[in-house]
Design a binder for this molecule. Structure first.
Ligand code: C5P
Length: 216
């Protein structure tokens, strides 16, 4: 039996991976999982319960209790949520508690698109299509800044650039960091691309992977 056609889209904060992943999901008519949302939900729900982001046991309990139905809150999309997410994401037991939900999604027979940081390395290492989407920190900060302003958040570009640099260091700062390009992932640097160009490039990468998968 062939593996389900899973498309793993990894990359740093605000690289464009979320938009690319949702366009790929629409193009191939498969469901998408934004794995960052799981970490965002754990961070925000923990804070709502008065918990401490450094409390590994409390964060792990929130992660274990998380269900797909709990992921719709717009509070998970804010700048603070992103920060809280990256704080709880450093706890290995939290990552383990969130692993099964993500791997169950990757096993769906019809295939799936999953975006995150460790999809190609940890969650779905056998995924037939893997992309690692990146862009310079300045470009990513500019994109995230525009997105947050559109959501009505009172932020400055400088704050967002500082956030991005801090998040890159936290997400990728340890030797066992999950934020890593899988050896067999195709690198897509979107710094000089519009979202349309980036999506087209992603489509070409996935088409090549799909042709290989169909022959397998
Ligand atoms: O992608 P997004 O900005 O929503 O992710 C928020 C944070 O969640 C990231 O900065 C990272 O620390 C964490 N994350 C992770 N593994 C994933 C997805 C997100 O550690 N697969």
């Amino acid at each position: 039996m062939r593996e389900p056609f899973v498309i793993a889209v990894d990359g740093p904060a605000a690289s464009g991976k979320g938009t690319i992943a949702s366009r790929l999901a629409a193009a191939y008519d498969v469901p998408m999982l934004d794995s960052g949302l799981l970490y965002r939900a754990v961070g925000v729900l923990l804070l709502h319960r008065g918990g401490d982001l450094d409390d590994v046991a409390a964060a792990t309990q929130v992660a274990r209790d998380l269900t797909a139905e709990m992921l719709t809150d717009p509070a998970f999309r804010t700048r603070e949520a992103g920060e809280a997410a990256s704080r709880v994401a450093v706890h290995t037991p939290v990552r383990e508690a969130l692993r099964e939900m993500q791997q169950a999604f990757a096993r769906r027979p019809g295939g799936a698109v999953i975006d995150g940081r460790d999809i190609g390395t940890v969650i779905a290492p056998e995924a037939p299509a893997k992309l690692y989407v990146t862009a310079s920190p300045q470009i990513r900060a500019e994109r995230r800044f525009k997105q947050l302003v559109a959501q009505g958040e009172p932020v400055t570009y400088e704050d967002i650039l500082a956030d991005i640099l801090k998040r890159d260091a936290r997400d990728g700062g340890r030797a066992d960091s999950p934020m890593r390009q899988a050896d067999d992932a195709v690198l897509l640097d979107t710094s000089e691309m519009t979202i349309e160009q980036a999506t087209d490039a992603a489509r070409r990468i996935v088409e090549a992977a799909r042709a290989r998968w169909e022959r397998s």
